[in-house]
Design a protein around this ligand. Structure first.
Ligand SMILES: [Zn+2]
Length: 80
């Protein structure tokens, strides 16, 4: 399992985006979120800003968690 695979898993990972105005939730993949600065809310048609520091933080923590998982798996495989 290489870093390329992890990157692909990260970009296919779905995050729940909730609208601050009406609370409507929608699922978008990290890959999609990275390509968009904002999106239209499916509930109220309002603009949901995607490139917020909170969103960036969430994406980073997903990357970190999956990266850690990869390290653990690699170490485990090496011990077998
Ligand atoms: Zn809304």
């Amino acid at each position: 399992m290489g870093t390329e695979t992890i990157a692909r898993i990260v970009s296919a990972y779905e995050l729940t985006i909730s609208c601050e105005k009406c609370g409507a939730q929608s699922q978008q993949t990290i890959g999609w979120i990275r390509l968009h600065r904002d999106m239209k809310c499916p509930g109220c048609d309002g603009v949901i800003v995607l490139n917020t520091s909170r969103m960036t933080g969430t994406i980073r923590s997903v990357e970190r968690r999956l990266g850690d998982l990869q390290t653990q798996l690699t170490e485990r495989i090496r011990k077998l």
